[in-house]
Design a protein around this ligand. Structure first.
Ligand code: NAD
Ligand code: ZN
Length: 342
C-alpha cells in the first residue's frame, strides 16, 4: 500500500510502498479515506529536536483520520466492515491504576499513533478495537477526519464550567479556533482570542470569537476595558505554547480564575508565581482527549448544531502532500486535509 513515511532522519516525508498492516485478534483494519495534518506531523516533517528524540525511523506517520472498517480480528464483535470510524491516537496500556479506573487519558504508558507506532497517512491502518470510534450516521467526512484535534479543543474548552463566563484563548491555531467555536456554543459571554498572525485571527473571528486581539498591536487590558470587563477572565485556554502568551494570560485572569493548558512550550517557561498564589489561580494540564467522554461530547455537539467546518481551509489528494506541507509552513492555513481515495 501507499504511505507517507519518515524514512530518513532529515527534513521531509516520503511517499512509499509499504506492507499492509497485520490484523491481530483484537484489531480493526480500516481503509483510510481522509487524514488531517497536525502540527505534530509538521514537527516530524521538519525533523526538529523533539522529532529527532522521539520518532523511530522508518515510521508511517499521521494520526488524524476517518475511514471504513474492512476487516476485524476474531475477538472483535462491535465493529463490522463498511462502518465509518476514526481512531483515538493514544494507545493506552489497559493495566495501570488509571486505566483500570477508567481514567485512560491519564495512562502513563501511552503510545502515539504515527509517533511511536505506525500511523494513518496510509491506505490502511490497523488499530486495537479499544481505540476505534464509531461515527454517527450522516457525519461530514472532512469533520470526521479531524476528531482528534477537535477532541483536544473540546477536552480543553470543557475542562471548567464556561456558561456565562468570560473566556480567554491564547493562540488562534486550528485548535484555538475550534475551542472558540466550542466556548461560544457552550454559552460563554465573551470569547477573546489572541494571536500575532492576522490571518489566523480572522479565522478565529469566523469560528465565533467575540473579539480577536493581535497582541503585537493591542493589549488585553485595553480589550477588557473596551468590553466593560472589570475583574479579568474567568477561564483561560492556553493554546499557543508561547511563553509571552501564557504570561499575558496570567496578567489578565480574574481572582480564582481557571486555566487549562494545552499548548506545548518548546522550553521551560518562567512565570511570576505570586500571580498564581495571590490570585488563587487553578492551572490544569491537558493531554489528548478523555477516552471516551470527549468523543461522546464531540458527537453530541455536532448533532446539536455546532459547526467546526470553517476550520478546514485546505484539501489535497495525498500525492500532493508536499504542497500541503508547504502551505502549512506559510501560517496561512487552518486544518489541511489529505484525501486517500480517488
Ligand atoms: P498552532 O501552532 O497551529 O497554533 C499556535 C498559534 O499560536 C499560532 O497561530 C501562533 O501564531 C500563535 N501564537 C504564537 N505566539 C503567540 C502569542 N504571543 N500570543 C498568542 N498567540 C501566539 O497549533 P495548534 O495545532 O492549533 O495547537 C495548539 C497548541 O497545542 C500547540 O502548542 C500544540 O503543540 C499543542 N497541542 C497539544 C496537545 C496536547 O495533547 N496537549 C495536542 C495537540 C496540540
Ligand atoms: Zn495505562
Amino acid at each position: 500500500m501507499k504511505a507517507l513515511v519518515k524514512s530518513q532522519a532529515q527534513v521531509g516525508l516520503w511517499l512509499e510502498d509499504v506492507p499492509e498492516p497485520t490484523v491481530g485478534i483484537n484489531d480493526v483494519l480500516i481503509r483510510v479515506d481522509r487524514t488531517g495534518i497536525c502540527g505534530t506531523d509538521m514537527h516530524i516533517y521538519q525533523w526538529d529536536n523533539w522529532a529527532q528524540k522521539t520518532i523511530p525511523v522508518p515510521l508511517v506517520v499521521g494520526h488524524e483520520f476517518v475511514g471504513e472498517v474492512v476487516e476485524v480480528g476474531s475477538n472483535v464483535n462491535d465493529f463490522h466492515p463498511g462502518e465509518i470510524v476514526s481512531g483515538e491516537g493514544h494507545v493506552v496500556c489497559g493495566r495501570c491504576r488509571n486505566c483500570l479506573a477508567g481514567r485512560r487519558h491519564l495512562c502513563a504508558a501511552t503510545t502515539g499513533v504515527g509517533v511511536n507506532r505506525s500511523g494513518a497517512f496510509a491506505e490502511y491502518i490497523s488499530l486495537p478495537m479499544s481505540n476505534v470510534w464509531h461515527h454517527h450516521a450522516g457525519i461530514d467526512l472532512d469533520v470526521a477526519s479531524i476528531f482528534d484535534p477537535f477532541g483536544n479543543a473540546v477536552h480543553t474548552a470543557l475542562s471548567f464550567p464556561i456558561l456565562g463566563e468570560d473566556v480567554l484563548i491564547t493562540g488562534a491555531g486550528p485548535i484555538g479556533c475550534m475551542a472558540a467555536a466550542v466556548a461560544q456554543y457552550a454559552g460563554a459571554r465573551f470569547v477573546v482570542v489572541t494571536d500575532v498572525n492576522p490571518w489566523r485571527l480572522d479565522l478565529a473571528k469566523r469560528m465565533g470569537a467575540t473579539r480577536t486581539v493581535n497582541v503585537k498591536h493591542e493589549s488585553l487590558a485595553e480589550v477588557q476595558a473596551d468590553l466593560g470587563m472589570t475583574e479579568g477572565f474567568d477561564v483561560g485556554l492556553e493554546m499557543s505554547g508561547n511563553p509571552s502568551a501564557f504570561r499575558q494570560m496570567l496578567d489578565n485572569m480574574a481572582h480564582g480564575g481557571k486555566i487549562a493548558m494545552l499548548g506545548i512550550p518548546a522550553e521551560p517557561i518562567a512565570i511570576d508565581w505570586n500571580q498564581v498564589v495571590f490570585n488563587m489561580l487553578s492551572i490544569k494540564g491537558i493531554y489528548g482527549r478523555e477516552m471516551y467522554e470527549t468523543w461522546y461530547k464531540m458527537t453530541v455537539l455536532l448533532q446539536g448544531g455546532l459547526d467546526i467546518s470553517p476550520v478546514i481551509t485546505n484539501r489535497h489528494h495525498y500525492t500532493d502532500f508536499q504542497l500541503a506541507f508547504d502551505e502549512m509552513a506559510t501560517g496561512q492555513t487552518g486544518k489541511s486535509i489529505l484525501y486517500w481515495r480517488d
